[in-house]
Design a binder for this molecule. Structure first.
Ligand SMILES: CC(C)(COP(=O)(O)OP(=O)(O)OC[C@H]1O[C@@H](n2cnc3c(N)ncnc32)[C@H](O)[C@@H]1OP(=O)(O)O)[C@@H](O)C(=O)NCCC(=O)NCCS
Length: 367
């Protein structure tokens, strides 16, 4: 049987500071009822450390779960749109920190579709024999780009990281098919303009350039259509139908997007995994964190057919269909934690609120 890429390890890192809807009510004109009804989100977690710290811990947990040593990994890929610096990559820093001394490393940016794009790259490299054991991480520290007075945007996003170890299989399990797509012409609907080489070489401290901007309703429509069409295509490519699918693990963008997209696909909600309520939208980290939560919740059984599907900035979309292997329990556990903090979300966001204050001269800069 031909070589496929299967997931043998999984791990996540959820940062410890909670930002609830009640906290958001102190920062902007919103309320819990509106947010829950329109998005399904009650809480998000914020990171007091850098993206690479989140990525490293998720990676260590996924490695322990796989039972492999870091020296056995031959490639580290990090999907992210919020690296703390552009060069070196988050992947290279993680490679060094975990001691993956035999691995190559690079970052990949497909925004919220990053983990699906990453899985397709990893699967291709493993199927071709160019790589054997690959660590794929989705990690984001999105709150740095959030203007917490922009109620149409900042309610949605949180920080976090998730990771998966992929190894070759020859028994038919693993990635069966991939569908990737993009429409760069609609890229203006979701933008983070900072961290690029745009303009003259000068320090840019303009909050307007720095913040995440998106057009909520336009994105909503493109996301619903994009996800359902992509998931249909990937199933066709694998000669499967919706009836063959045990679980859909979608990017956690908004509970209503997930609901509408999976209804279009024709799959009932009991076969769709949703964990957005406590984590919000964590972009490239959302699918690998959801994989961990689905396993912990006993929603994945050996041999299950699983669809991963995502939509994000670019705009980009993509879907993967895979067969899960035999193991649904971790082979080992990494016991490390992030450094502790006693900061509240409002403590953590003071600098952020100050930075974006010039965009809202009518509102206080510090809460
Ligand atoms: C952002 C989003 C939740 C807004 O929901 P929506 O149902 O489209 O809401 P609208 O933008 O139509 O706004 C409706 C009203 O609620 C108001 N509103 C917007 N945000 C609000 C908030 N946080 N609290 C209270 N009211 C809010 C608007 O100002 C508007 O009021 P108006 O009718 O008086 O003008 C929704 O468009 C969305 O989730 N889009 C996709 C975003 C996303 O997931 N992007 C990432 C994809 S990877």
């Amino acid at each position: 049987m031909s070589r496929r890429a299967k997931i043998t390890g999984w791990g996540k890192c959820v940062p410890p500071v909670s930002l609830s809807n009640a906290d958001l009510e102190k920062l902007m004109d919103t309320n819990d009822e509106w947010i829950v009804e329109r998005t399904g989100i009650s809480n998000r977690q914020l990171s007091h450390v850098e993206n690479t710290d989140l990525a490293e811990l998720a990676a260590r947990r996924a490695l322990a779960c796989s039972g492999l040593d870091a020296s056995e990994i031959d490639l580290v890929v990090v999907a992210t749109c919020t690296p703390e610096i552009l060069c070196p990559s988050v992947a290279a820093m993680v490679q060094d920190r975990i001691g993956a001394i035999n691995a190559g490393a690079f970052d990949l940016n497909a925004a919220c579709s990053g983990f699906v794009y990453g899985t397709s790259v990893v699967a291709g490299l493993i199927e071709s024999g160019f790589a054997d054991k690959v660590l794929l991480i989705g990690a984001e520290k999105l709150h740095f780009a959030m203007d917490y007075r922009d109620r149409g945007t900042a309610i949605l996003f949180g920080d976090g990281a998730g990771a998966a170890v992929f190894e070759p299989s020859t028994d038919g399990v693993g990635v069966l098919a991939v569908d990737l797509g993009a429409d760069g012409g609609k890229g203006g609907t979701m933008l983070i303009r900072s961290m690029g080489s745009m303009g003259e070489p000068q320090a840019t401290n303009d909050p307007e350039i720095h913040r995440l901007y998106f057009e909520g309703q336009a994105v909503f429509k493109i996301a619903v259509q994009g996800i359902s069409a992509s998931a249909k295509r990937v199933l066709e490519r694998a000669n499967l139908t919706v009836d063959d699918v045990d679980l859909v693990i979608p990017h956690q963008a908004n509970a209503r997007i997930i609901d509408s997209a999976t209804r279009r696909l024709g799959i009932e909600q009991s076969r769709v995994f949703v964990n957005i309520a406590n984590l919000g939208n964590t972009a490239a980290a959302s699918i690998p964190m959801a994989i961990c939560d689905a396993l912990e919740a006993g929603r994945v059984s050996p041999g299950d057919t699983i669809v991963l599907t995502a939509f994000g900035g670019g705009v980009t979309w993509g879907s993967i269909v895979l067969t899960w292997g035999e193991r649904v329990e971790p082979a080992g556990v990494h016991v490390g934690e992030l450094p502790p903090t006693d900061m509240t979300s409002l403590d953590l966001l003071q600098d952020n609120l100050r930075f974006y204050a010039p965009l809202h001269t009518d509102k206080p800069s510090v809460v």
